[in-house]
Design a protein around this ligand. Structure first.
Ligand code: DSN
Length: 427
């Protein structure tokens, strides 16, 4: 691994190899991270990175706006092979998620969301989005993000007692404020999202609706979470979380919005697409259609449930009482420790996760009263419920003795041994 860089640039190599060993030797429990396949990695390191392909792998009929593969839609010559790559990625995305149209060029989840907003909203329009402190994403209308700066954002959230989305309150807000767009989806929400209900609220309020499924894309692809289409007009996602593909974005939409989305991504907000990354997306979509992948998602969900149950039995408060997906939030208020401190000491013991706000939060987002825990990466390396029970024990020991540095050193060594039983597959 990294043999050429090792010879050519030892200074850089040291840090890159350091990151590789960190991934290999530690328990990666950040809910949005994963380990890609060798095929996904190979595509991203391929010669497709050399090619400019601004435009699309098709033209459109001037009369109807329909896609015409015979028409040339690129601004550069020599795109005959990358055209095939991008079409494959688009077709596979549509098949996987039941979409009428896919644009696979978005470089990231934020750009995918920007692509949708810019295609149907004008500055000052009203949108409804899940508040960041209740589990939403920055791009769903946080004041510090372009979405919060450009639009009139009405935030909705969870019922602070149950930790579940308050759909009745969401409906009332929608009917009162008549938003142009309702955005659903979350970065820190452990329960099934009722796309059908949100879609019906949007129609009642005369709004368009978009689901950002970045976190649960793998569960949706494996049909272990209800599908957003046909209830949503737009679906955006990243491809690198539970979906286990390259670090990138994807937009899907109903056919009537296809032309607007394509135009907004290029030339609207992006230049040349990253063809090596689009190839890697095509690979991950194919992988996500397999039986192995479906079994993997089952394991991710069983592991999350097992870990949440074990921690509950050890006296931890899990927000909403459990999980339906790949992650959950731990409210540490009864443990007399902040999320920041928990993140730091767990990392010192080889357990990587992130601090997170919890319902009724009293601390700042830099400190927080909780942590977010996810199982996608551990499940990719083959860990199962037996390992989740061991890990719950480690977490409990560390949080119960926050000043015990020696304990952290001991557990770090045990974590390394555990990880060695589930080696990464990179050559
Ligand atoms: N940063 C991502 C996460 O951790 O959920 C969201 O984009």
């Amino acid at each position: 691994m990294l043999e050429i860089i090792k010879k050519q640039d030892p200074e850089l190599y040291e840090s890159m190899y350091g990151e590789y060993t960190r991934q290999e030797d530690k328990l990666e429990m950040i809910a949005s991270e994963n380990y890609v396949s060798n095929a996904v990695l190979e595509a991203q390191g391929s010669v497709l990175t050399n090619k400019y392909a601004e435009g699309l792998p098709y033209g459109r009929s001037k009369k109807t706006g329909d896609i015409m593969y015979k028409k040339y839609g690129r601004y550069y010559g020599g795109c005959e092979w990358v055209d095939k790559v991008e079409r494959l990625a688009m077709e596979r995305a549509c098949e996987l998620f039941g979409a009428e149209h896919a644009n696979t060029q978005a470089h990231s989840g934020s750009q995918a969301n920007m692509g949708v907003y810019f295609s149907v909203l004008k500055p000052g329009d009203t949108i409804l989005g899940m508040s960041l402190s209740h589990g939403g994403h920055l791009t769903h209308g946080a004041p510090v993000n372009f979405s919060g700066m450009l639009y009139n954002v009405i935030p909705y959230g969870v019922d602070e007692e149950t930790g579940h989305i308050d759909y009745d309150a969401l409906r009332e807000l929608a009917l009162e404020h008549k938003p142009k767009l309702i955005v659903c989806g979350a970065s820190a929400y452990s329960r099934t999202i009722d796309f059908e209900r949100i879609g019906s609220i949007a129609r009642e309020a005369g709004a368009l609706c978009m689901a950002d499924i970045a976190h649960i894309a793998g569960l949706v692809a494996a049909k272990k979470h209800p599908l957003p289409f046909p209830h949503m007009d737009f679906v955006t996602t990243t491809t690198h979380k539970t979906l286990r593909g390259p670090r990138a974005g994807l937009i899907m939409c109903k056919k009537e919005f296809a032309k607007g989305i394509d135009k907004t991504i290029f030339p609207g907000i992006q230049g040349g697409p990253l063809m090596h990354v689009i190839a890697a997306k095509a690979i991950c979509f194919k992988e996500a259609m397999s039986k192995e992948y479906s079994d993997y998602i089952d394991l991710v969900m069983i592991n999350a449930k097992t870990l949440a149950k074990e921690l509950t039995d050890l006296g931890f408060n899990i927000v909403s009482g459990g999980t339906d997906n790949h992650l959950f939030l731990v409210d540490l208020n009864n443990k007399d420790i902040s999320g920041k401190k928990a993140e730091t000491i767990l990392n010192q013991a080889g357990i990587t996760l992130n601090k997170n706000t919890v319902p009724k939060e009293t601390r700042s987002p830099f400190v927080t009263s909780g942590v977010r825990i996810g199982t996608p990466a551990l499940s990719s390396r083959g860990m199962g419920p037996a390992e989740m029970k061991i890990i719950a024990g480690y977490i409990n020991q560390i949080i119960s003795a926050p000043d015990d540095e020696e304990l952290r050193v001991k557990i770090k060594a045990k974590v390394k041994q555990l990880c060695a039983k589930f080696p990464l597959w990179y050559k």
